[in-house]
Design a protein around this ligand. Structure first.
Ligand code: ZN
Length: 549
């Protein structure tokens, strides 16, 4: 008979409404046999009692419904972000507070490069904090005029490149005509590259090629360490090209006994919608417990803080031109039709409310042809949706995964610069989602902001910006609702809520092990609740014992 382990805990928050708390949980074959009292669980027969969590609080393993494995790979580049950030080994990197500091940091990193032609890349750059003074190629030429130098913006939607990097792709010249490649007064690109297509070319010259990074085993290993430190047992890789060799690597690595995370990669729609649906169906067949394949991700527009999101009238508060369509609305509608027909799930990135409206219209049309009672198509970010759009989401059966962290990092900029005071208060409208009955998750979009669902929950509960402003007090939600959004809520958007997201009989033995009780600490301390580690599929992973190579 398989062995049974019973874990007593200070408190077990189950997220099971029929039995919200328990003192013990029994685990057999990687799954939960039951949560209750020791006497109740003893009825299952012989068992070992493991007391290592006796002074700790257990809750369901946290589910990050929007993140990218790339965060793991990014740590080999130079961190150029404004805020302090913890790396996969637990070291905290200080934020760079001025453009000069960023340049100095990159120049410093350059000293360790032997090859004079080797590329130098940074990530997490966020010029909006430098009063939106745009970085141009001459700034980065201060670091080097011979090697390609560039930085990925924090939004992930813009890259800044120096002259050598532009030259490497043949763009250090006049006559470039592309909406994502702004030109300087000399007619030569400024070095700011917006949107996937121009970024991709330059990223390759910088060694930051997304397709390469997406299939990177060391990066995936580092990512899983971030998950353990954050209490996450299931995380999405929300837009991956999923080439054959990348999928093979992910299957192999995730199958290792010491791999601590369930990864849910979504296939980024490239090529035609028909090709993507066909590929998703083929990938579904390869799914394992720890690698869940077969969903599609579409990207409708860019980012609001990069002014590349599509906004409805009256547009950007500071008068910036409207953003970019990453995919034509007609093409999104076609993809949704084909996916509904094939039973493939689609998550769509929308930031601006015009992009959200396009998906609502497209899905409305698609559902007329292929009705589906439970498609769970999900809007990702969906930051600027208004109440009417939430009501349409409810009617159309959409879920929403709101970008709660964004409010902290860019709320001040949205208030004063991008969408203005009124619309900034409705961004990431968690309370409206709950009030209208739209299934709700909240996310970090790591590496855009740091992976850490308890911090994400704190953001949704307080809606504080970096400067301390409460932005949209009526859209705040309670701690209980926020904890549900980072467990069952996110699991629901992935159609995994029958398996994970709560601690109850039959589900996977996935726990987040905490040093304190998130339901009873003062709500402003929610983000500071210590994470001891996780139990994933019955396997115990302590953050303090993670390898640090
Ligand atoms: Zn993302």
């Amino acid at each position: 008979m398989p062995s049974t382990t019973v874990y007593p805990a200070c408190k077990i928050i189950t997220m099971n409404p029929a039995r919200p708390t328990a003192t013990h949980v029994a685990v057999r074959e990687g799954r939960i046999l039951g949560a209750g009292t020791l006497e109740e669980l003893a009825g299952w027969g012989p068992h070992d009692v493991d007391t290592r969590f006796a002074d700790r609080v257990l809750m369901p393993g946290l589910v990050e419904g929007h993140s990218h494995l790339m965060e793991g790979a990014f740590w080999r580049f130079v961190y150029c972000g404004y805020f302090d950030r913890r790396d996969p080994n637990g070291k905290v990197w200080p934020g760079a507070k001025t453009l000069d500091e960023v340049i100095t940091r990159l120049t410093h990193a350059q000293a360790s490069l032997d090859d004079p032609g080797a590329a130098l890349a940074g990530w997490g750059f966020d010029p909006i904090y430098f009063d939106n003074r745009r970085c141009v190629r001459e700034d980065l030429d201060r670091i080097s005029t011979t090697r390609p130098v560039g930085m990925m913006h924090a939004s992930g939607h813009i890259i800044n490149a120096n002259s050598a990097a532009l030259n490497a792709v043949g763009w250090l010249r006049t006559g470039i005509d592309h909406p994502g490649v702004p030109l300087g007064s000399d007619g030569i690109p400024t070095g700011e590259l917006k949107g996937p297509e121009p970024m991709m070319q330059v990223a390759a010259a910088l060694g930051m090629d997304r397709a390469v990074l997406a299939g990177d085993a060391p990066g995936m290993r580092l990512f899983s360490r971030l998950c353990v430190r954050a209490g996450v047992t299931t995380a999405t890789d929300l837009a991956s090209p999923l080439p054959d060799d990348g999928v093979r690597m992910m299957l192999e690595l995730s199958a290792h006994d010491d791999f601590p995370t369930r990864i849910v990669p979504l296939l980024r729609l490239a090529g035609t919608p028909a090709q993507a649906v066909e590929r998703a169906l083929a990938l579904q067949k390869l799914s394992t417990d720890r690698l869940r394949l077969g969903r599609i991700k579409m990207v409708a527009d860019g980012s609001i803080q990069g002014f590349s999101a599509r906004l409805r009238w009256p547009g950007y508060y500071n008068g910036a031109a409207n953003g970019l369509w990453y995919m034509a609305p007609e093409q999104m509608q076609q993809a949704m039709e084909l996916a509904l027909q094939a039973g493939v799930q689609i998550h769509t990135h929308t930031n601006g409310d015009e992009a959200t409206e396009a998906v609502l219209d497209g899905l409305d049309q698609a559902l007329r042809r292929h009705p589906s009672a439970d498609h769970r198509f999900t809007l990702q970010h969906c930051q600027l949706a208004d109440a009417a759009q939430f009501r349409r989401m409810k009617t159309l059966g959409l879920c929403v995964n709101l970008f709660a962290n964004h409010h902290f990092y860019w709320g001040d900029e949205h208030y004063r610069l991008t969408v203005g005071p009124e619309r900034a208060t409705r961004m990431n409208a968690c309370a409206t989602a709950l009030a209208t009955g739209v299934p709700l998750a909240i996310h970090s979009d790591a590496p855009i902001t740091p992976l850490g669902p308890l911090f994400t929950a704190w953001c949704a509960v307080h809606r504080l910006t970096a400067s301390g402003r409460v932005l949209g007090e009526h859209e705040r939600i309670g701690v209980g609702d926020a904890l549900r959004a980072i467990t069952l809520g996110a699991a629901y958007t992935l159609k995994l809520d029958g398996e994970i997201g709560s601690i109850e009989c039959g589900k996977r033995a996935d726990f987040c092990v905490l040093e304190d009780d998130p339901l009873t600490v003062p709500p402003d301390k929610l983000k500071d609740v210590g994470v001891w580690g996780v139990v994933q599929g019955g396997r115990v992973f302590a953050a303090a014992e993670l390898p640090t190579d």
